[in-house]
Design a protein around this ligand. Sequence first.
Ligand SMILES: NC(=O)c1ccc[n+]([C@@H]2O[C@H](COP(=O)([O-])OP(=O)(O)OC[C@H]3O[C@@H](n4cnc5c(N)ncnc54)[C@H](O)[C@@H]3O)[C@@H](O)[C@H]2O)c1
Length: 453
Amino acid sequence: MITCSSAASVFSELKTRMETRQARVGVIGLGYVGLPLALLYTEAKFRVTGFDIDQHKVATLTSGGSYICRIPPTEIQAARSQGFCATAEFSSLTEMDAIIICVPTPLDEYREPDLSFITNTARAIAPHLRAGQLVVLESTTYPGTTEEVLIPILEEGNGCGLKAARDAMANGEDQFFVAFSPEREDPGNDSIARRDIPKVVGGLNSQASELAATLYGAIFNRVVPVSSPAVAEMTKLLENIYRCVNIALVNELKLLCLRMGIDIWEVIDAAKTKPFGFQPFFPGPGLGGHCIPVDPFYLSWKAKEFDFQTRFIELAGEVNSYMPYHVVASVAKALNARKKPLNGSKVLVLGVAYKKDIDDLRESPSLTIIEALQKEGAEVSYNDPYFAFVGRGRHYDLQMRCTPLDNLEQYDCVLIVTDHSDYDYRRIVAEALLVVDSRNATRGIVSAKIVYC
Ligand SMILES: NC(=O)c1ccc[n+]([C@@H]2O[C@H](COP(=O)([O-])OP(=O)(O)OC[C@H]3O[C@@H](n4cnc5c(N)ncnc54)[C@H](O)[C@@H]3O)[C@@H](O)[C@H]2O)c1
């Protein structure tokens, strides 16, 4: 632990500890973002402690297991042998030199930011905060969260008058450092190593920026410093809003192309040959995941404080949230063409994960589609190699078990919602009576049984 002599030496000691891998790193929130990050720091020879309120996760990691498909238990065991440990006991936060917060930032039932995970975490850190620590928020959120929400709780709750270091302040020994650094991971994308994704950091003051850049420079090949936490917060939102709006654009054009008898996928393939000024986005059954359907609304909520309407975000949200209902209407239409009503038809949904080859069903369009099909009276089953059971979540309560992928002729319709690589689409088309494909997964297979939607 650091013993404080002067503010300048606190800063330089901490920086040296980071550079020499002596710094102790605490990661709060051991989910899809936090656990891989904790493992990266362990691999880089830092002493890492993971903190989570979920006792089941802590127990699983402590026994050398894993709860994320793409992280095998062997990786956890290797990390444990290098000193990584997980705990639900927050008092040891005091021993950390750097604390990185990776907790969820969902929307509440009114589709407004739910910052309770951040505020609860800040309250849990505050009593254990000590001078000279670096606290970094990674959770995606609206610009202003670090300064307006996180820091006040840390300052008010620490009980010994510690303050976040600001450039305008006189250097003192009673200061801690704060930065925001957004996570930019793309789950399931193996084409780029996490360390090759540049890391944006925005410190509250220049020392916090330098410390955060040093900390992340140890595991990322490139760090991109920006002038404030708010710029870093907004950067992440710009990236996700850009995706959300462009996906809405191709979703809308897909609906038009379907009416015009044009294959939107062929169009995108041709357009993406342009070497400049065009980046391909792909249509689908609707947005999913913890980020793209959620994060833009953090900004539109904040914008209201400035009497500003974020019209692109609202319009993209409208187009994208209609897509699952378009899929359901397409199933009904395809059955109707075969003189069958949706009511009473047997439908097998392929894929509940929100995108291919991952074990994450948060905000998945499949969940909306299954519920809407059931509401119309369809008898729905699902198959997904990543989910043996789907129970209750924030917005659904399905209580369904995965059905084996056989006897496909028993279903009136097989509906492809998630295009997992494990599926043998030729076999599926050969055996099924009708295939409705919302992902273009059956591209290249010629059959009158396929309906693209
Ligand atoms: N998953 C992604 O691909 C991704 C990508 C970029 C950014 N993000 C952002 O990163 C953040 C975390 O996302 P995630 O996907 O890892 O979420 P997650 O739900 O997988 O993990 C969050 C973890 O935090 C824990 N937690 C909740 N409250 C806590 C508390 N008070 N103290 C300690 N632990 C607590 C939960 O138990 C859980 O294990 C979100 O803001 C998200 O928007 C996620």
